[in-house]
Design a protein around this ligand. Structure first.
Ligand code: CMP
Length: 833
């Protein structure tokens, strides 16, 4: 063909897509993993194209490294990162990173060393080969996991590793290439290589996460515009890659990974379900196209005759690669399992991880990216192709049987019961509908009867199946089934609350994490006790930063605002737990019946959820007692929100029935949305301290001249502390006085036999005067019992207040004397007096 290159490219791409689509249909029938099948088709196509003139153009397309790295890789990486369960990933981060970072370096060194020893490759090229072949590409395997219903954790381990190790391999490859091109290896080169590696790896992740975050923020501008969102996500995937790789000189793959993870994790709650669906479909399609083209082109670009020529060396190389993979997986994984808090990874999982380490496009791209004229370039490429082909075919073809052999695809009894229950519910519903139809329209009764008869039989058979399954179950297994049903109800309640705007996104994420942990616990056989108090990584990080910053600058406005947010979040958390637990408790009898659980088991479950809802209510009451305006504002907001939800529903109904013209509906929709948006986060402002009101209740200032009172109010710095926080530590130097405007604190004195509570102080009281009056270290530790609103007054200000108002001084001294007396009574004799 002598066409314009653009036309040739279009024709080629379309032809390859057609082949891929046909292959996808055909391969479903023969149960061959898609990518593996494509490579085989590609090989065959290449052989045919050699002989058939009109197809010769297929062989002229080459797989250039730029196309793989800049066109396909960002798509594949983004898709995989976007769909990754970030919570599951963060809990398995240790083994994933161990394999992806030290694992890659170890593999590179071992493969490089062995290759240099037993193959014609010299050390430099051998190390390069080690780096490029270390990156795994388990698309074929991951697709298989989904098909076979293998455990999600296994998929995360394999997919997570490949996501991170692409970046590592690329970086290591480039570092070695620099060294080999530069000549000598020295300690400083290795040292700077390692430092460089860390910067490139983490830098990429940070750049990508930031870009992903910007995308999430921009969603507000393109609400309900799925097409625009999809376009934005494409921009993010590529912009992150290019910004990092080309301009900032950090890892583009890591950047796209970071962006994908952030968009996937935060987007799960910020996108509307419609947009989420759209994004998933789009990226599914994009990955399909990229994978199809890559693997077909891999097949096409292989010249079987060259492979045959080097068969011996390739066989040795494959042996080395497999050996080293075994060393890294079986060597590193047991180490990560010993890390604190790590969940062990069993032998069966390790076996799958070992055998699932297929090699793919990245290895080829890196091999092909070697500069023309580089020593032993062709050999490196041939060996890479050989290994890719072998692992892809052998691994891809045998993984299914291996998983089956290891029993990793077997559904648990609980899963089988749940499935049967779902089937039963579906069949019963169908039967009910048929009953409705019988009275509703002109249907042939014999036809209906026959259909009903069929369904009745189905119901019977599922029922007996279910009964048989239940007989197989031990009491403990039934307990687990019941609990997992309960947890599902709980989770649905959290989502409902979120969608009605009663809880904010971070709180939802926290609660969902707790649900996930409870599910994991159930799988391991333990029934959950209480709501596990876990927070997602970013929540913990913010809280840590606020705490640290708060210690350095306790009165900083930002710290104050964060504290108020935390208080609001805790309130929402308790409201959600209360609502969800009450809902479970109300439904537990029905669930018990459904699962045929023993009444005692149902009772135990009910008690746990009732206890939770009771505890949550107590905490809600405590906030209501100390921060009544806030609770009031929240309730007002909830009411308004319910009303707005109603309005929104009505608008939609009128629009869809055609009563209101679309233009009017749009306007109404926008108004409601605007109001809804305005409503979010408002109540927090009700938490803002209002010193005049609060301080009027503090007896210390009673009888003060109004003008003096105003003066003092200006000097006071508000400080919100959350229940459990320490405000003063015994023994430290003290330079300020605290007034309690809201809440309760405990005063604890530590002696040889540990801390002892000597007093409980309430709103209106003050503390911290002793150190001020005596210039001695703090005599006690003061800790918040409930969430508190305090006001802080520095020593200088206290002195000036005392000058204006002798009553204050007298009150401080009186309290001091009395407290000192108590301390003498309990026999405190601090060393620093
Ligand atoms: P200071 O020593 O500055 O810091 C700890 C504070 O705890 C102390 O001032 C008092 O305000 C308060 N405190 C110490 N002992 C008692 C007590 N027995 N009763 C009430 N408050 C006390």
């Amino acid at each position: 063909m002598h066409h314009d290159p653009v036309i040739t490219t279009v024709v080629t791409v379309v032809a390859l897509l057609l082949v891929a689509a046909a292959a996808a249909i055909g391969l479903k029938r023969v149960h061959l993993p898609f990518t593996v099948g494509l490579v085989i088709v590609g090989l065959a196509l290449g052989a045919i194209a050699d002989r058939v003139e009109p197809l010769a153009f297929l062989n002229s397309v080459t797989l250039s490294p730029e196309i793989i790295l800049f066109v396909f890789l960002p798509t594949l990486i983004f898709e995989s990162a976007f769909n990754l369960d970030s919570r599951l990933l963060s809990r398995n981060l240790a083994p994933v990173l161990a394999l992806a970072a030290p694992g890659i370096v170890l593999s590179t060194v071992l493969i490089g060393g062995l290759m240099a020893a037993v193959t014609p490759l010299s050390l430099g090229p051998a190390l390069l080969f080690g780096a490029l072949i270390a990156a795994t590409d388990p698309v074929a395997v991951v697709a298989l996991f989904k098909e076979l219903g293998a455990p999600k954790r296994l998929a995360i381990l394999v997919e997570g590793e490949s996501l991170f190790n692409d970046a590592t391999a690329i970086v290591v490859f480039r570092v070695i290439l620099g060294v080999v091109a530069g000549g000598a290896i020295s300690a400083s080169v290795v040292g700077s290589g390692i430092a460089n590696f860390a910067v490139v790896f983490l830098g990429g992740l940070i750049v990508g996460a930031a870009i992903g975050y910007l995308m999430i923020r921009s969603i507000a501008l393109a609400r309900d515009e799925p097409v625009v969102q999809v376009a934005l996500s494409t921009v993010v995937a590529y912009a992150a890659f290019i910004a990092a790789d080309e301009y900032l000189r950090v890892s583009g793959v890591m950047a796209t990974t970071g962006a994908g993870i952030v968009v996937g994790a935060l987007g799960s709650t910020r996108f509307t379900p419609q947009v989420r669906e759209y994004l998933h479909r789009f990226w599914e399609y994009a990955a399909f196209v990229a994978n199809s083209l890559i693997f077909l082109l891999v097949g096409l670009s292989v010249s079987l005759s060259t492979i045959a020529e080097y068969l011996g060396t390739i066989a040795i190389t494959i042996g080395i690669v497999l050996l080293v993979r075994a060393v890294t997986v079986f060597g590193l994984i047991p180490i990560t399992s010993r890390l604190p808090g790590a969940e062990a990874i069993g032998g069966r999982y390790q076996t799958v991880m070992f055998w699932g380490g297929l090699r793919g496009a990245v290895a080829l791209a890196l091999a092909l990216s070697l500069p023309a004229g580089f020593a032993q370039r062709d050999l490196i490429i041939t060996l890479a192709i050989g290994v890719v082909l072998f692992t892809l075919l052998s691994g891809g073809l045998s993984m299914g049987p291996l998983i089956h052999f290891l029993g990793l695809d077997r559904p648990t009894l609980a899963e089988r019961v749940a499935k049967a229950q779902a089937a039963l519910a579906a069949k019963r519903e169908a039967l009910r509908r048929l009953g409705e139809v019988a009275t509703a329209g002109p249907f042939s009764s014999s036809l209906l009867e026959r259909a009903e008869e069929d369904y009745r039989k189905d119901v019977e058979s599922v029922e007996s199946q279910l009964a048989a399954l239940r007989n197989e179950c031990t009491t403990d297994e039934i307990r687990r089934v019941l609990w997992s049903e309960a947890v599902t109800v709980e989770q649905r309640a959290y989502r409902d609350l979120f969608h009605h705007g009663a809880i904010s996104e971070p709180v939802l994420r926290e609660l969902e994490l707790a649900v996930e942990l409870a599910r994991d616990g159930l799988k391991r056989g333990s029934t959950p006790r209480g709501v596990p108090s876990v927070a997602p990584l970013e929540v913990r990080a913010t809280a840590g930063a606020v705490r640290l910053f708060g210690r350095l600058a306790p009165n900083n406005r930002l710290v104050q605002r964060q504290r108020l947010r935390a208080l609001a979040a805790r309130y929402e958390h308790n409201v959600a737990v209360f609502e969800a637990s009450s809902r479970v408790a109300a439904q537990i009898d029905r669930l018990g019946e459904l699962t045929h659980a023993h009444p005692e088991v149902t009772q135990e479950c009910r008690q746990e959820f009732e206890r939770r809802s009771h505890e949550a209510m107590e905490r809600i009451d405590s906030v209501a007692e100390h921060f009544p305006e806030y609770v009031n504002a929240v309730q007002q907001q909830t009411t308004r929100r319910i009303a707005l939800d109603g309005e929104a529903d009505a608008v939609e109904q009128l629009a869809s029935s055609g009563v209101t013209p679309e233009s009017v509906a749009r306007e109404a929709r926008q108004r409601v949305e605007h109001d809804q948006h305005k409503l979010t986060r408002q109540p927090v402002s009700a938490l803002e301290p209002r010193p005049e009101e609060l301080l009027a209740r503090v007896p210390l200032f009673e009888g003060l001249d109004p003008a003096d009172f105003q003066q003092i109010v200006k000097l006071l710095a508000p400080r919100t502390v959350l229940a459990g926080e320490r405000i003063i530590r015994q023994g430290e130097r003290g330079t300020s006085l605290f007034l309690i405007a809201r809440g309760v604190v405990a005063v604890l004195v530590t002696q040889t036999d540990g801390p002892q509570r000597v007093a409980t102080l309430h709103a209106g009281e003050f503390f911290g005067e002793m150190a001020l009056l005596t210039a001695e270290p703090r005599a006690a530790t003061v800790q918040a019992v409930s969430d508190c609103q305090l006001y802080e007054l520095t020593k200088r200000d206290v002195d000036s207040v005392c000058e204006v108002c002798s009553g204050v001084k007298a009150a401080l001294v009186a309290a001091f004397e009395e407290r000192r007396a108590t301390e003498r009574r309990i026999g405190k004799r601090p060393s620093h007096y």
